[in-house]
Design a protein around this ligand. Structure first.
Ligand SMILES: [Mg+2]
Length: 454
């Protein structure tokens, strides 16, 4: 443990991984995405000690995310870490206020930017305590944990005293779950890397076989290409992984509400656990209607990767619209808000299955799933696993025998390697200066199937 550092300055960097070249992340709505980070480093008065955070975009527009981070980051310069974490719930509330609040509030790009800045504070705090972030949270007393949360807007379903009582009730069994976590048996994974939409059938088959050999029994495939194509791809999972395999499906907001209700029962005989993002992520009542209609067919509904704040999750839960809370590590305003959503999910008895399909998301979500299991829900869930780009992280997510390993390095596993910056920082990185990189940057329609030119 080191002394209480003061933040002295910050650096912001724009990093874009050309993931579209391998069809990574391709789905019915996004045909070519470059997983991108708006990355902030808070420098401190303690030599070698930095707080690192980043948030995510799909490539173009990442400069807007960086500008948002730049607008918010000065707020914590000159402050001692303890002055921010002492009552972190209040810090969180104040941070989302002020003139910049007009730009969202608590949604959109500014919410992503808030997330990057708060991630950097949490990373710094965990490093000062010499603990991985998930353990920092699990080692808190229930009172310390609820003090990191702003309960404004959710007290009609969950008050601070109620949250305190929920956490206290789990205390007597926490040590047991902590042992399970430390043995790398807390967070099983499901595999999304087998089923990106741009993969050929041969690629899907090969990746499925590899995934089965690696211990996966849960898979997610993109659907929405038409019933014949969908049935063929989903049938491959049944053939290669067997009848016991659990299959999730994802259509990335493609349909109107009634289209989802019409389409999905045609696939029900394939025994699908849920359909993810069947329609607009903002349509809470639409999700509720779809869920009610698909229930007799045994198909659940999941959403959350584009849910911006705790209020939307509150309503999704109140409206009985979801079977899985797919919160995103970057989309909410930071760990503080993520904790409040995990608590609400636990209260409603809906599992948290974080969205983890982009570069670096498994690294971050691994912390979230571990603290949700050990300290908040007390119930084992599952976490999305994707196999791309782990090599660009200094503390990569590790996965063996069907389980994520609990992170061990102090901090929030946010740090990117120097080599990745050398190649992928935008626009000065080696790749983005290449002919192909310049073509991709120069195509204003990149990712839009009907208009893309490069
Ligand atoms: Mg998805």
């Amino acid at each position: 443990m080191v002394a209480d550092p003061t933040i002295t300055s910050f650096t912001i960097r724009d990093l874009r991984f050309p993931t579209s070249l391998d069809n990574i992340g391709s789905d019915p709505m996004n045909t070519a995405g470059e997983n991108a980070h708006g990355y902030i480093v808070y420098h401190t008065d303690v030599p070698g000690l930095e707080g690192i955070g980043w948030s995510f975009s799909n490539g173009q527009g990442n400069e807007v995310l960086c500008a948002g981070i730049n607008a918010l980051a000065p707020r914590f310069v000159g402050r001692k870490l303890s002055s921010m974490t002492k009552n972190f719930g209040e810090t969180h509330r104040n941070f989302l206020g002020g003139q910049t609040r007009f730009m969202s509030p608590e949604r959109g790009v500014m919410q992503l930017a808030s997330n990057a800045v708060l991630n950097a504070l949490w990373d710094l705090w965990a490093k000062v305590e010499s603990k991985p972030l998930w353990k920092l949270i699990c080692d808190m007393t229930p009172q310390e944990l609820v003090n990191t949360i702003d309960f404004r807007y959710i007290t009609d379903v969950l008050t601070k005293p109620q949250a305190l009582a929920m956490l206290t009730a789990l205390e007597s069994t926490k040590a047991q779950r902590m042992q399970q976590a430390l043995a790398d048996k807390a967070v099983p994974g499901y595999n999304t890397s087998v089923g990106w939409l741009g993969f050929t059938d041969t690629e899907v088959e090969a990746k499925l076989q590899d995934a089965v050999n690696a211990g996966f029994r849960h898979f997610k495939l993109k659907v929405g290409l038409g019933l014949d194509v969908d049935r063929k791809r989903l049938g491959m999972v049944r053939r290669i992984a067997g009848d016991e395999a659990v299959i999730y499906t994802d259509v990335n907001q493609l349909w109107d509400v009634d289209e989802a209700i019409e389409y999905m029962p045609h696939l029900a005989d394939l025994n699908l656990a849920f359909i993810e993002e069947p329609t607009s992520p903002d349509d809470i009542l639409g999700h509720s209607k779809i869920r009610a209609a698909l229930k007799p067919h045994g198909i659940g509904v999941a959403t959350g990767e584009h849910v911006n704040n705790r209020v939307m999750f509150k309503q999704l839960l109140q409206a009985e619209a979801i079977d899985a809370v797919q919160l995103d590590a970057l989309r909410l305003s930071g760990i503080n808000e993520i904790l409040s959503v995990c608590l609400m999910a636990a209260k409603f008895g809906v599992p948290v299955i974080p969205h983890s399909g982009g570069t670096g998301m498994p690294e971050l979500c691994n912390h979230i799933s571990h603290f949700d299991f050990v300290a908040i829900s007390g119930k084992q869930s599952i976490l999305e696993y994707t196999d791309h780009c782990h090599e660009y992280f200094t503390d990569p997510a590790l996965f063996t025998r069907g389980f994520y390993h609990a992170p061990t390095a102090p901090g929030y596993s946010c740090q990117i390697t120097d080599e990745a910056f050398r190649r992928f920082e935008c626009p000065q990185g080696e790749f983005w200066k290449s002919k192909r990189g310049l073509e991709m940057l120069g195509d204003p329609w990149r990712g839009c199937a009907a208009e893309q030119t490069s």
